[in-house]
Ligand binder design. Structure first.
Ligand code: ZN
Length: 135
């Protein structure tokens, strides 16, 4: 089997999970700090379970060059939150299940039938943050 090429990666997601009021407060604080420091697309906060995610979360969509600074910054600043970072290669199912990396606790990916392989690889969404601080 030929190794897959990193050129397949169109963008990345970080799913930032939280459980309970204390973790929610940390997650919202982290969200502000991300917006101050990174050019990313911050998704809505889902207090209810959505899609294949087993815990409340919000999504951060970011481009390939941002990985080198954003992911290490999350390593240093996640404050106990579970985070899934996965590539978007057009294989939604395996991108979430097999290709992701977890910071902290590994959570199940539920409702896997909602995820499809052979979709268009998701380009990073239009960034909606305007950083004012260095990471
Ligand atoms: Zn995702």
């Amino acid at each position: 089997m030929n190794p897959r090429k990193i050129a397949e990666i169109a963008s990345y997601h970080a799913h930032i999970y939280f459980d309970g009021a204390e973790q929610r407060a940390i997650a919202m604080d982290l969200r502000e700090r991300i917006a101050e420091r990174f050019t990313v697309a911050l998704g809505r906060v889902h207090d209810r379970l959505v899609g294949p995610h087993a815990r409340s979360m919000y999504q951060v969509s970011f481009d390939v060059p941002s990985f080198a600074t954003f992911v290490p910054w999350l390593m240093l600043n996640r404050r106990g939150l579970a985070i899934l970072v996965h590539p978007n290669t057009g294989r939604e199912l395996s991108d979430h299940i097999d290709q992701g990396l977890w910071l902290g606790e590994i959570l199940p990916i539920v409702n896997q039938d909602m995820l499809r392989d052979e979709t268009e690889a998701e380009e990073v969404r239009e960034p909606n943050t305007a950083p004012t601080l260095l990471p």
